[in-house]
Design a protein around this ligand. Sequence first.
Ligand code: ATP
Length: 142
Amino acid sequence: MAIPTKLTLEIVTPDRALVTEEVDEVQLPGAEGYFGVLPGHTPLLASLQVGELWYRIGQEKFYLAVAFGFVEVLPDRVTVLAQIAERAQDIDVARAEAAKKRAEERVARTSPQSDLDFERARVALMKSMIRLQVASRARTRV
Ligand code: ATP
């Protein structure tokens, strides 16, 4: 079988289908770290962490903040089922800054040994930081 030259990328959340595009490359935040996918990739299933996802069409990269869910990779298709996904331009920076401040205060108040509260605060902090990072990405040329 011929090696595919493009990937069909689909990103859906419980609320909506956010992205359906023919792309050249995708990078995703997997549970074991960021990984890249080019057309012809070996099939795999992975879980998604809190992080930045980008996809490239030609020379242009597009960024999203994603958090939790799953990704299925096939040689010609990447399907992302994300609990949360936001395009860079849809991120409300003031909201993310306020969330970051609250999360920092909660992390400082709780102890890593203690409990769920610390873990929740840590995740909230990561989400807010990733949102700010993704929002700061203008569409960049590679
Ligand atoms: P906050 O404390 O500001 O509500 P959160 O991390 O608790 O943030 P989530 O539970 O992750 O929020 O998300 C709830 C919904 O709000 C999701 O649909 C998510 O996409 C959206 N959302 C959260 N923060 C932002 C943001 N800064 N800009 C745009 N959408 C956001």
